[in-house]
Design a protein around this ligand. Structure first.
Ligand SMILES: [Zn+2]
Length: 339
């Protein structure tokens, strides 16, 4: 089975430096991607929004959509309104949505040094602005449950936490996993006019029942699949498949690669070696979604979990919604991406 030649996909969750846009074009061509959504990269890299977007568009045209992210280093009184104004300006420059990193709730603090809760009312102008502008908000909240548990070799995500000890939140200074999701849910509930995409299967792929409840309760809630096939594919296959069928209109395809900082820097020849790694990764996602194979390696194996998953063999109709249809419906500027 050719796992790159099936339905064209929109990867709704990637992060890349504008200077690697030509390489991204190659990744897209090789992996049958008709669109990518670049989340919060420009602010993270300190690149002016209009300039960064221009560079990306020069290589990728309308195949790229960029989500802006707020500046949480400016937390003097009135920050929510300033974030809203900034979002307004960037959407005027071509931003297609708002990205909220997991640091909201875990690390961003206010001028008094207190953690800013996700549902802090000072952020209300920002959510309201997203609603007025009609753009989606892709929000990453908390992290895998294991990241909030004791950091010992029997932690099931030990391999990854060993590489990234700063991703461990199992200490008293951090809110718990579930309380972070509660904060997020209160925002989703309070702003029904805003479409929220919960990154990483709504950040609770370990508990499909919970995500199912959230999707049932909040019609303005969507989820992406990025970086969590390991958790998703671990449930009994009938249960996972039923979840995907029930919520086939609410799930977006995404993978969460980072290119241009971190592992791959612009101009680094190592990237050329990276192209096969992209093929392997996309093939692993497609294999999970499209085949009925049992006990296969998930895309993050083994660093993101030393267990195997069962593929869920979705139909072409459902695959087309998850790969592209749902993203096109939800992200207005994607409407004319691709061919
Ligand atoms: Zn991400």
């Amino acid at each position: 089975m050719d796992l790159t030649g099936s339905c064209p996909a929109i990867d709704a969750h990637v992060h890349f430096h504008p200077d690697v846009s030509e390489l991204v074009a190659r990744v897209m061509d090789e992996n049958n991607l008709e669109g990518v959504v670049n989340l919060g990269a420009l602010e993270r890299l300190g690149i002016p929004f209009a300039e960064g977007l221009r560079t990306m568009r020069a290589a990728l045209g309308e195949r790229v959509v960029v989500f802006a992210t707020p500046d949480f280093s400016d937390v003097a009184p009135g920050f929510g309104q300033r974030m809203a104004d900034d979002l307004d300006r960037k959407v005027g420059q071509g931003a297609g949505g708002l990205k909220i990193f997991k640091e909201l709730g875990l690390r961003y603090s206010d001028a008094e040094g207190r953690l800013i809760a996700i549902d802090d009312p000072r952020l209300d102008p920002l959510w309201a602005k997203a609603g007025l502008l009609g753009i989606p908000v892709l929000i990453h909240t908390a992290d895998p449950v294991a990241f909030f548990q004791p950091l010992t070799p029997d932690n099931e995500r030990w391999d990854e936490l060993y590489l990234h000890p700063d991703w461990h939140f199992g200490r008293p200074e951090f809110p718990g996993h579930d309380s972070l999701l509660d904060q997020r849910n209160r925002v989703i509930e309070a702003h029904p006019e805003v479409m929220f995409i919960g990154a990483h299967l709504g950040n609770y792929p370990e508990n499909l029942g919970y995500v199912d409840q959230c999707l049932g309760r909040y019609p303005n809630f969507y989820v992406d699949l990025s970086a969590r096939i390991g958790e998703i594919g671990r449930h009994p296959v009938a249960e996972t498949r039923a979840f995907f069928l029930k919520h086939q209109d609410r799930i977006l395809f995404g993978t969460d690669w980072v290119l241009g900082w971190g592992n791959f820097v612009p101009g680094d020849d190592a990237f050329v070696d990276g192209l096969p790694a992209f093929r392997t990764r996309y093939a692993a996602y497609r294999r999970f979604l499209e085949t009925d194979e049992r006990q296969i390696e998930h895309p993050g194996y083994p660093v993101q979990g030393r267990w195997k998953v069962d593929a869920i063999g979705l139909t072409d109709e459902v695959l087309s919604k998850i790969y592209r249809g749902n993203a096109r419906r939800l992200i207005p500027t994607l409407g004319h991406a691709g061919v």
